[in-house]
Design a protein around this ligand. Sequence first.
Ligand code: NAD
Length: 289
Amino acid sequence: MSALIIDGKAIAEKTLANAREETALLIKAGVHPGLAVVLVGEDPASQVYVKNKVEKARSCGIASFEHRLSAKTPETELLSLIHRLNQDNAIHGILVQLPLPPQISEQKVLAAIRPEKDVDGFHAENVGALQQGRQALTPCTPLGCLLLLKETLGQDLSGKHAIVIGRSNIVGKPMAALLLREHCAVTIVHSRVKNAAALSREADIVVAAVGRAGMVNADWVKPGATVIDVGINRITENGKNRLVGDVDFTSVSPVAAAITPVPGGVGPMTIACLMQNTVHAAKAIAGLP
Ligand code: NAD
């Protein structure tokens, strides 16, 4: 038996349709959701991400404002731009594309964004709210993974054993907090854990966010588990570049009950959740339910 392939593109389209509909309702109510995207430097991957985010926002009817700054921008200049965006009533979401050049402290920049406009969910106030199990602006990639899980397994994930492989601030840790909020039993493993594969074989849900091509093979997966592959790894095969995940799709798909592909799994959900977060931020700032 081969696993169900979770269609991230289709589920992302549903999330985007919802964001589009809510944006139209907000505009009718006199609030035009606005997203500011800030890019510092010319990192090619970041340029593609920013372009996609701006285009997706426009396709949802969200007003988008792009700020491209040179790689040499001093920290003070970026902080004063964030200050202006914080005050600007046309802006409901602020996203600063990471990574930042070395002269700029990522921590200072994230702390400067008004938490209500922090659509990436990286501000300590939003991180703390998530840890306390409260509703808050939540990082887009783990939020997207949760939506994929709920579409696949149903809304009630309570009591399931989930393992999160990776403990980064942008994926692993918020993913674990979200699954805990859904009443899962959550195990987190990382590079220092020796028996990660054995722990993973116990889990009903496996979320891999590592950055190592094909690391999670069939030995890591219990028959019938649901596998979410966050990894995006560029590899060269037979002289051609292609994207692969952290999960070895070929060996895992005959074992798992459901699995996300790369590309076409988590990736489209991340950007769709950014739109959802922007709409939620606009509603909350306008004091609408
Ligand atoms: P990161 O480098 O910040 O963190 C990787 C984590 O993996 C670390 O906690 C590390 O301890 C753990 N790890 C490393 N080797 C391990 C091992 N052998 N066993 C167990 N754990 C191990 O990476 P990140 O930012 O969390 O991203 C992870 C992957 O997800 C990357 O491939 C990244 O490109 C991808 N990503 C995808 C999206 C998306 O939208 N699909 C978004 C963010 C990140």
